[in-house]
Design a protein. Structure first.
Length: 453
């Protein structure tokens, strides 16, 4: 049954206010429209959108649910309710709603994009990528689809690819704070803090309660040596609710630089409490204990680190396989004696010849290392040059190398954290490129050096 003329007129006036950003006035008119015609499905859907924008997610769910009851074949309230469920952490219900919207309209790009975001929360990364790519295919010039592709690559740690999409999204919608945030955060990861600050300042101006924006602006200031501003931003991020381990670790680094070692230890310890497997925090806390000459704590920390690595290697061995790994590049400190770990990058493969022929794997690692910082006309080589030049360590990330470069077998470029006691001479030896590791299969598998003793 068609809605009443009076209700339609009120709805049209509400949409004018909505387009002008007068959300309170729009909601008032929608309430009147629904009062005139309680079975006006479009009015319920738009009311759900206004509740969502006002962060009243439970109210949004109720409004969208009423719209679904009235118009179950309309995909819009289904995906709208899915976005609201995502905001309150009901990811499986959100996934079901977005899937229902897609089944009703297989060309509904927003539903694919929204489902992709939920897939990321559920760590279904391959499914997330497929959904984002489908949304992008359906509407390649839609700013939000560009943004979602960039967001996916950002969350995966593929910052060069993320920047390409996010830059287009910002150009299409320069006033969008979310787009600005992700582009700024990406630029910080690509070691361009000067450019990152402009985006992050604008994101914070539009979204002053967005804790993560302060975290990345703090990182940009830290990279620029603006330690006071960085400290203030990290502290603001914590006050606003971003209690991720990297925020505590970044602030602890600043305490350490200021020789406030007790405060540094406190923040490193908090980072470890949140993520007991984030290895850099243990090493940084060890350095703070050394500065305080707290020998008992130093010895305890060394034992804790070694125990953590052996436990990690044992856990990975349950589903993994012992393989050679060839170092592509490593922190130079690892070639000197010491007890601190550092990031390194290597290649490994579960397929012959590279899993059996250490010389072939070593030669491939040398080739990849030589591509760093180069501009290549060959697409495969250029892809690897970007990969090697810009990506940062994350302990568990890996990327497949182009098969054109490997000759066919699947070879992974992997992030490593090298624990010196697991190295044959407790340090890297120049010319010794191939080591033994335990690796889990698949794009999300973990890798760790084999203790060897």
């Amino acid at each position: 049954m068609s809605p009443s003329a009076a209700a339609v007129r009120l709805f049209e006036l509400a949409m004018v206010d909505y387009a002008a950003g007068r959300f309170d006035a729009a909601q008032h008119l929608l309430d009147q429209a629904i009062s005139k015609d309680p079975e006006y499905a479009d009015a319920w859907t738009q009311l759900g959108t206004l509740h969502y924008l006002g962060e009243a997610y439970e109210d949004a769910i109720r409004a969208y649910s009423r719209a679904i009851q009235l118009a179950p074949r309309d995909p819009l309230p289904w995906t709208g309710r899915g976005t609201a469920y995502e905001k309150i952490g009901e990811y499986h219900q959100a996934l079901a709603d977005h899937t229902a919207a897609i089944e009703l309209d297989p060309n509904f790009d927003a539903a694919f994009a929204n489902r992709g975001s939920v897939q990321i929360e559920l760590m279904n990364l391959a499914a997330a990528k497929a959904d984002f790519e489908r949304a992008y295919f359906l509407s390649p010039h839609e700013a939000d689809n560009l943004y979602r592709m960039g967001q996916y690559y950002f969350e995966m740690g593929y910052y060069s690819e993320a920047y390409g999409y996010l830059n287009q999204a910002v150009e299409a919608a320069p006033g969008n704070g979310d787009y600005r945030f992700y582009r700024g955060a990406t630029l910080a990861h690509l070691n361009r803090p000067d450019l990152a600050l402009a985006d992050l300042n604008q994101a914070i101006a539009q979204l002053p309660q967005f804790a993560r924006a302060y975290t990345f602006r703090g990182l940009a200031h830290k990279l620029l040596g603006n330690n006071r501003q960085a400290f203030d931003d990290f502290s603001a991020a914590l006050r606003l609710g971003d209690e991720s381990p990297d925020v505590y670790e970044h602030r602890a680094d600043l305490y350490f630089l200021a020789q406030r070692y007790e405060e540094a230890i406190r923040d490193y310890s908090r980072a470890i409490e949140i993520d007991p497997e984030w290895l850099p925090s243990y090493y940084n806390r060890l350095d703070a204990y050394k500065e305080l000459r707290q020998n008992d704590h130093i010895q305890r920390e060394l034992r804790l680190i070694d125990q953590l690595f052996r436990s990690r290697a044992t856990e990975i061995a349950k589903a993994g396989k012992r393989l050679p790994v060839a170092i592509v590049q490593a922190n130079q400190d690892l070639y000197e004696p010491g007890d601190s770990g550092r990031f390194a990058f290597g290649v490994l493969s579960f397929e012959p010849p590279y899993c059996e022929d250490v010389q072939a794997l070593s030669d491939l690692a040398v080739l990849i290392g030589q591509l760093k910082g180069t501009l290549c006309t060959n697409p495969a080589e250029n892809e690897v040059a970007v990969m090697v030049s810009h990506e940062m360590g994350s302990l568990n990330r890996r990327r497949p190398l182009p098969r054109e470069l490997t000759g066919g077998p699947l070879v992974w470029y992997v992030d490593l954290w090298l624990h010196r006691p697991f190295l044959p001479k407790e340090k890297l030896i120049r010319g010794q490129r191939v080591l033994s590791c335990i690796a889990e299969p698949g794009p999300d598998g973990r890798v760790e050096l084999w203790p060897g003793k």
